[in-house]
Write a protein that binds this ligand. Structure first.
Ligand code: AMP
Length: 284
């Protein structure tokens, strides 16, 4: 596996592959790799001949009060894991390689700008869209792989490639969980033992809310009670816990097929997010 840190080196490698007719898969990450990332890499290996993994903690998607400096970094371990997973090329740029002096172009996402994470993290998805646009262009990937754990991000990236006519196919990959249900996340590393024990309640509560909604209980009641239970369990804040339709992310008061329950909640210093589908019980 080659580890490449500059844009010209990446461009040269990708150009050679394309000349040889190789299909390229891109797996963008911020490093701190775990089983969720591994699932993305394996999905890419199944479909594509060459897999490019990117490790880049993108500063433009962090707000001024967010954890950019404290975001867990583990490059040596990440590269080792990537080798074990037969990644072909790891692209590990510094921020100045991606945004050199004089960089002045923004990608602005107006789509669902005031819902879910967009409401709590202003500018976050603009930063994601900016980095993803660059990585898609640089890698010239046929397919790019994103996790359903970050469902809103996945929808925004799908919209981005449609709106900007980027030819890459966007592939969504199901959420990988720990044995107790907690969605794998780099930020889980920042949880102390006491908070780690409480963290699976997030998945448990949204799953229960989803099942109550499927059985016909009022959506808002199910969501409010789930949020209250999280606070009782020890979460310090629930930023949102809502049922929305899966694609447009509009509030779903009486959810039909494809609704999901989404939540973001704070536990200790960590902000955890998760989402699950509302099962189709009523339709059966
Ligand atoms: P991150 O490094 O957290 O920015 O995540 C990089 C990619 O991995 C994103 O597409 C995430 O949605 C995806 N991802 C993160 N956690 C998981 C998980 N538990 N299961 C599946 N995909 C995940």
């Amino acid at each position: 596996m080659d580890v490449i840190r500059t844009v010209p080196e990446l461009a040269a490698r990708v150009a050679a592959w394309r000349e040889d007719g190789e299909r390229i898969g891109l797996v963008p990450t911020m490093g701190g790799l775990h089983g969720g990332h591994t699932r993305l890499i394996r999905a890419a290996k199944e479909r594509d001949e060459k897999v490019v993994l990117t490790l880049f903690v993108n500063p433009t998607q962090f707000g001024p009060d967010e954890d950019l400096a404290g975001y867990p970094r583990s490059e040596a371990e990440d590269l080792e894991l990537a080798r074990i997973e037969f990644v072909d090329l790891a692209f590990v740029p510094e921020a100045a390689e991606m945004y050199p002096p004089g960089f002045s172009t923004r990608v602005q996402v107006d789509y669902d700008e005031d819902v879910l994470c967009a409401a709590d993290r202003p500018g976050h998805f603009d930063g994601v869209a900016q980095a993803v646009t660059k990585l898609l262009n640089l890698s010239r990937a046929d397919s790019a792989y994103f996790g359903e754990k970050d469902w809103q991000q996945l929808q925004i990236v799908r919209k981005l490639v449609r709106d900007l006519n980027i030819a890459t196919r966007i592939v969504g990959v199901p959420t990988v969980r720990e044995g107790d249900g907690l969605a794998m996340s780099t930020r889980n590393r920042t949880l102390g033992a006491e908070h780690r024990a409480i963290a699976p309640r997030l998945f448990a509560e949204i799953t229960r809310a989803a099942s109550r909604i499927a059985q016909g209980e009022p959506t808002e009641l199910a969501c409010v009670e789930a949020a209250e239970n999280l606070i009782i369990a020890g979460f310090s804040d629930v930023e949102y816990l809502e049922c929305r339709d899966a694609e447009r992310l509009r509030i779903a008061p009486s959810p039909g097929h494809g609704a999901r329950v989404f939540a973001a909640a704070r536990l200790g210093g960590a902000r955890l997010i998760d989402n699950v589908p509302v099962p189709d019980l009523l339709a059966r």
